[in-house]
Design a protein around this ligand. Structure first.
Ligand SMILES: Nc1ncnc2c1ncn2[C@@H]1O[C@H](COP(=O)(O)OP(=O)(O)OP(=O)(O)O)[C@@H](O)[C@H]1O
Ligand SMILES: [Mg+2]
Length: 333
């Protein structure tokens, strides 16, 4: 199928549907023809090494791209009767923190350093009209802190972000993200900076937080082991494109794209390094501005040949497929 064709998940209307997403600077292409959907209650992972376009994809969906970047394509959210990329900023900011929200890798960049925790959460409730009275919003903020398992929410509520540990800040971010019961939660490397025990607790909170609401989760990570624990489905990105998509188990046991296979081979799941990073495979992602014609992986691919100077197109369905002339298991190589 082509990226522009409509698609549906078996679980009913999608919460998020992205078709033919392109992000660029005007001169350089950074994300190219990205299409996927996430249904209610579904947890979809987005993996790929540094620079592959994962964060830009998330930021484009949220309407948070830097001014110098442009997005085109079609992004739809359940309950909104039009495409979002062309919607006005007022509408987009009304959706953010309400219908859709995001947890970032580094919470200090997303939290207001000058505002106490309780007030930051209360503001999100007041701005979106979930609570109208300040006192009720403050009480709800403390409940949310308790819901993300922060011990002594009264005390945490009075603190400023810099007075919290990294793990506590991530929980505060999650409390803010979940405050208004979003239909879509995007987490961008939410646990990379945390130690293993705190990471496991945080992942549990994310999974429970979306399950409680039957929300859709888009979960970005370098860490294949984490994605395998959290997600039902995975999208593999490389050089700004999705190169493979599939159910977690299928992708881990029978990868089709040589890049996915390389990631798996290089990342003995038992031995993912302490930071949870995928070991690198030889070569590097094409830097922005040198988006090659043809397959983006061909310069690093053990199976590539002349044919790969032409983009192979997508084989399979949006939920399960790959972009490769010579998938693993085919006669070639
Ligand atoms: N404002 C910008 N202007 C120009 N290029 C940019 C800009 N922001 C990001 N890029 C480039 O776009 C590419 C994709 O960036 P992105 O942040 O989406 O990668 P990522 O997959 O999230 O990587 P990481 O795993 O390191 O977070 C990179 O090559 C990056 O340098
Ligand atoms: Mg990123």
């Amino acid at each position: 199928m082509t990226a522009a064709e409509p698609f549906a998940t078996p679980d009913g209307p999608d919460v998020l549907r992205v078709s033919g997403l392109h992000v660029g600077t005007g001169r350089d292409t950074l994300v190219e023809d990205v299409s996927f959907s996430v249904g209610p209650g579904e947890r979809v992972g987005l993996i790929g090494e540094s620079g592959s376009g994962k964060s830009l994809t998330a930021l484009a969906i949220m309407g948070l791209l830097a001014d110098e970047l442009h997005a085109s394509g079609d992004v739809r959210l359940r309950g909104v009767d039009h495409e979002l990329l062309t919607a006005g900023e007022a509408e987009r900011s009304a959706l953010r923190g309400d219908t859709m929200s995001m947890v970032f890798q580094e919470p200090m960049t997303a939290l207001n350093p000058l505002m106490r925790v309780e007030r930051q959460i209360a503001e999100v409730l007041l701005i979106h009209g979930t609570r109208r009275e300040r006192a009720a919003a403050a009480a709800a903020a403390r409940d949310l802190l308790a819901a993300v398992d922060l011990p002594d929410p009264e005390r945490i509520a009075r603190r400023y972000p810099h007075q919290l540990s990294g793990g506590q800040r991530q929980r505060v971010m999650l409390a803010i993200a979940l405050a208004n019961g979003p239909e879509l939660l995007i987490c961008d490397e939410p646990t990379t900076a945390l130690d293993v025990t705190v990471q496991a607790q945080m992942l549990r909170l994310i999974v429970d937080g979306v399950a409680d609401r039957d929300a859709a989760l888009l979960f970005i990570s370098h860490d294949l082991a984490v994605v395998a624990t959290v997600c039902d489905r995975v999208l593999v990105m490389y050089g700004g494109r999705i190169v493979e998509a599939g159910e977690v188990r299928q992708l881990l046991t029978r990868p089709q794209h040589p890049y996915t296979q390389g990631l798996l081979a290089a990342s003995d799941l038992e031995a993912v390094d302490a930071l949870g990073h995928l070991p690198t495979i030889e070569g590097s992602v094409p830097p922005g501005g040198r988006f090659p014609d043809g397959c983006v992986f061909r310069n690093r691919c053990p199976r590539g040949d002349e044919r790969c100077t032409t983009w192979p197109g997508w084989t399979g369905t949006e939920r399960s497929g790959y972009a490769c002339w010579y998938p693993i298991g085919s006669a070639h190589g």
